[in-house]
Design a protein around this ligand. Structure first.
Ligand code: F6P
Length: 310
């Protein structure tokens, strides 16, 4: 029988925090399946009050679940970026409640990204100090892919809502994969492609990928586009910047949590010069270039694209 999240995580406050996130993800997944986010159907509302945009609703669902857990001291999110108390003691949690909400209408996969720190504030810390980070993918399947500081590798669980009477909510999440390596391989996911107009290094890198017959795999949703590097065990994802097309992705809510995941799985991350896990967090609003993938691919990004335009 497949291992579940219930047996994977030892009893304790981190388990309670992850459990709260899975409960929120189950609710978000259910809303998406009912058409939340699709104009006329966005009235699906678990609160029974006013209509809410689906990303604001997802933000509230996660906040409520983390409040209930009692183990979260501080939260901040892409929807509400100021750090604020969450009613409990222990962790700080940063999250992007619904990344890629602009591609919900296309029925592409979207996701939730999270990072957890054992301290009351992210400010002054680095991603390397996180205790856990990862993402939920809402696609044909609902999956959790995450990594924990004191466990090797990255781990994936599928939400399968069939339970016996004595099971817990975490038994609904069945282990599917363990990710141990990201090797070189000809797969590329090139974000912010418009920046090639005035980022000549990026233009040359895209030409390198094309002339070397790399396979294009890009949806415009960061969660599935990064998650595929783990599943395929190869490739490169990036989102560089230029003067006319500045950095788009948020360091705390998107870049660092996924860097934690990729590096735990044996890959590399970079902002063009250093690992995203070594950048001190000085605010919750910062944006960054990103590159994730196999060592050789990230080194090529650093050499050809390099540091962000200022
Ligand atoms: O954060 C927003 C987002 O939708 C990411 O999920 C995605 O990787 C990125 O924007 C896409 O940006 P672009 O369209 O510039 O490649």
């Amino acid at each position: 029988m497949a291992q579940t999240l219930e047996t994977f995580l030892p009893e304790g406050s981190l388990k309670r925090c992850i459990e709260a996130l899975t409960e929120a993800a189950e609710e978000i997944s259910s809303l998406l399946r009912k058409g939340a986010g699709l104009g006329g159907l966005s009235s699906v509302n678990t609160f029974g009050d006013q209509q809410l945009q689906v990303d604001v609703l997802a933000d509230q669902i996660i906040e409520t679940a983390l409040q209930r857990s009692g183990v979260v001291e501080t939260i901040c999110s892409e929807e509400n970026s100021k750090e604020r108390p969450c009613g409990g003691t222990g962790f700080a949690v940063a999250y992007d409640p619904l990344d890629g909400s602009s591609i919900i209408d296309t029925n592409f996969a979207v996701g939730t990204i999270f990072g957890i720190l054992k301290d009351g504030s992210f400010i002054g810390h680095k991603g390397r100090e996180f205790v856990a980070a990862g993402c939920f993918v809402y696609g044909p399947r609902t999956e959790l892919t995450f990594a924990v500081s004191d466990k090797e590798y990255a781990h994936q669980f599928i939400f399968i809502p069939t339970v016996s009477e004595d099971s817990t909510s975490l038994d609904r999440w069945k282990k599917n994969h363990i990710f141990t390596a990201i090797e070189s391989g000809k797969l590329f996911a090139p974000g912010n492609l418009r920046s090639t107009v005035d980022n000549i290094g990026y233009q040359k890198l895209v030409n390198y990928w094309m002339s070397n017959k790399y396979q294009l795999r890009y949806t415009g949703g960061m969660v599935p586009d990064v998650n595929q590097l783990l599943i395929k065990g190869k490739g490169v994802f990036c989102n560089p910047a230029s003067l006319s097309s500045p950095a788009k992705l948020r360091l705390l809510f998107e870049c660092i949590p996924l860097a934690f995941l990729i590096e735990k799985a044996g890959g590399r991350s970079s902002n063009g010069s250093v690992s995203l896990l070594d950048i001190p967090i000085t605010g919750t609003e910062e944006r960054s270039q990103v590159c994730y993938g196999a060592k050789e691919e990230v080194e090529r990004f650093d050499a050809m694209v390099g540091q962000m335009f200022s």
